[in-house]
Design a protein. Structure first.
Length: 605
């Protein structure tokens, strides 16, 4: 009916496999502007809302049901046998012509240029055309009074002046049903006066129901338009936020079709284009492993994995031609519907080129500086050794010995820095008894522990064999014991425990030292990290010991964890598989197992 807008029901869709229109083969279209308003044409489906049609077309469509019904009535009267003279052909022709004429008038008049209720003239005049049709055919066809339902419903449904529309509809239907009786007043009996009374009453009920339904749908339409307006506003805000960020974001549906690609990702997508192209899809991009030279097969590329339902994080990819590449850290999170089925994915692209350049520059700087430090220090230590051997003055020899100890300590720091900068955590496993290694670390630290007033205790088995790198595991034990003594005050204790737990060896170093806060635990394994308390207390160290320790343990395919409480102490636990790297230690072999990332604490040595 004119004035109404109808929303088509959405088609149902079940989970489907990625199709040929996926992001792998076709880029998503860039945003073209705000979402269409309610009542506009719906792209992609061909549906058109009734309220979006011109008023003239809506008036014609509202008149057509009556026109078609009248033509059906005329056809039945021509086909069905009737008594001669019973049908008033003149009246029937007059009514049929009136309906057809009103239909032509509905199509010819520019209703949108006239006052709002001008088109009411069509349904009101319909009653005039219906009256002779009903009068001539009511004896041969039952239900002729139902023709009045069309203009009654139209007037009530229009939503314009609902009370007036219902009243005019009732009056019009009453006039139609009483028309034959009013034209024969001389033959009218008392019973016939009340005979057509029910028709206007039924039309009244129909008009009220149509008006209530109309107003209800109007409210729903208004609420829907408000919701759509709010959604469009939220979409504009979201688009502004996504385009303002320098992180690339890609969203696809269950078929892998791109729903959203923000401006940052469109720029990054251009980096991987083959020479001479600017619109290559995902499968044609120049994507390499982190070394920048090994091409990544299509089925192993992050976006391919993401649109096939995988979730992952931190996949490093070199994008672009060799020699002019950008490095991206890519993460993906699959979306699930209420049934748990794959419903699309969100892929996030971080450009980490500058970060990698900074890390490499720092590593080169550290390697160069420490190398330049180590050469003169080695020479200084050598000459100090010679000077101490030749010096006869005990006092001067003591001074020289102090210089030698500090030079050796400085050389140890330089070697630690150089080892950290080189990133060499290679492991050479061999059959090793870990007990002598740990015992040697404890014995070497006893003098320092006694000088600091700290009780150092070792709880070691008779033997514990594992395939491990002797030098690396010695450094692990040295670093953990040295770290515990460094942060334990006089009167405290450090306990070193080595044990076999299932199919792995576990080294635990517990102290009653200063402990760490939860914030410090989050960073303790980070390179060069030293807590605020440690810096204020001027406790010596580089902040690299625990970072190197973890790298050595992980090189054995083991793990290191820490439990700590400020003012109570810390417990560091390092475990490695007895069978060595690749030996497949079970996660349930010990009391704690391999930690989750959130369980890893961090404290600088």
């Amino acid at each position: 009916m004119p004035g109404r807008s109808q929303v088509p029901l959405p088609d149902g869709a079940g989970p489907v496999a990625p199709g040929p229109e996926s992001i792998l083969d076709r880029l998503p279209d860039p945003p073209q502007g705000p979402t269409a308003a309610p009542g506009d044409s719906v792209p992609g489906g061909g549906e058109v809302y009734f309220g979006a049609l011109s008023l003239r077309l809506r008036v014609v469509l509202s008149q057509l049901p009556l026109t078609l019904s009248v033509m059906v009535v005329a056809l039945f009267l021509l086909v069905l046998p009737t008594e001669v003279g019973r049908i008033d052909s003149h009246a029937l022709s007059l009514g049929l012509g009136g309906v057809l004429g009103l239909t032509a008038l509905a199509a010819a008049v520019p209703w949108d240029r006239l006052p709002t209720v001008a088109y009411w003239s069509i349904p009101l005049l319909d009653f005039v055309a219906i009256a002779p049709i009903w009068s001539s055919a009511r004896h041969d066809l039952d239900g002729m009074s139902m023709l009045c339902a069309f203009p009654v419903f139209w007037l009530a449904w229009s939503g314009v002046y609902p009370c007036a529309g219902i009243g005019l509809g009732v009056l019009g239907s009453a006039a139609v049903t009483w028309w034959p009786y009013l034209t024969n007043l001389d033959q009218l009996t008392t019973g016939e006066v009340f005979r057509p009374t029910l028709v206007p009453l039924f039309m009244l009920a129909l008009g009220v129901a149509a008006s209530i339904l109309s107003r209800s749908m109007d409210r729903q339409r208004d609420e829907l338009e408000e919701s759509l307006a709010e959604i469009r506003q939220q979409n504009r805000r979201l688009a502004a936020v996504l385009d303002a960020t320098d992180v690339g974001i890609l969203v696809t549906d269950r078929r892998g079709r791109g729903l959203l690609m923000n401006a940052a990702q469109r720029r990054q997508h251009l980096i991987g284009q083959p020479p001479g192209r600017h619109d290559a899809p995902e499968r044609d991009l120049l994507a390499f492993e982190a070394d920048g030279r090994t091409p990544i097969p299509v089925t192993e590329r992050p976006v391919y994995r993401a649109v096939h339902g995988e979730s992952f994080s931190g996949r490093l990819v070199a994008l672009g031609p060799v020699g002019n590449q950008q490095f991206l850290s890519i993460s993906a999170q699959a979306m699930r519907d209420e049934r748990g089925a794959f419903d699309g994915t969100v892929v996030v692209f971080h450009n980490v080129t500058d970060l990698l350049d900074a890390v490499r520059s720092r590593e080169r700087f550290m390697a160069n500086v420490t190398h330049e430090f180590r050469t003169p220090l080695t020479s200084i230590i050598g000459f100090l050794d010679l000077a101490i051997e030749d010096e006869q003055d005990a006092r001067l020899a003591g001074y020289l010995a102090t210089c030698l100890r500090n030079a050796e300590r400085l050389l140890d720091l330089v070697n630690t820095l150089l080892e950290s900068a080189s990133g060499d955590t290679s492991i050479t496993p061999e059959d090793t008894d870990l007990v002598p290694l740990v015992a040697h670390s404890v014995d070497s630290a006893q003098v320092r522990a006694a000088h600091a007033g700290v009780a150092l205790e070792a709880r070691l088995p008779e033997s514990l064999h594992a395939r491990a790198d002797r030098a690396r595991m010695s450094q692990v034990a040295d670093n953990l014991v040295s770290n515990a003594l460094k942060y334990t005050e006089a009167g405290g204790s450090v306990t070193v425990t080595l044990r076999e737990v299932g199919d792995r060896a576990e080294l635990e170093v517990a102290d009653t030292g200063i402990g760490m806060t939860p914030e410090e635990l989050e960073q303790v394994f980070r390179d060069f990290y030293r807590s605020e308390y440690v810096r204020r207390a001027a406790i010596p160290g580089t902040g690299l010991g625990l970072a190197l320790t973890r790298s050595f343990v992980r090189g054995h395919e083991g793990e290191i964890t820490v439990r700590s409480e400020a003012g109570v102490g810390s417990v560091f636990t390092a475990w490695i598989p007895l069978a060595g790297p690749g030996g497949g230690a079970r996660e349930d072999g010990g009391a704690e197992g391999r930690p989750r990332p959130a369980d890893e604490g961090r404290r600088g040595a």
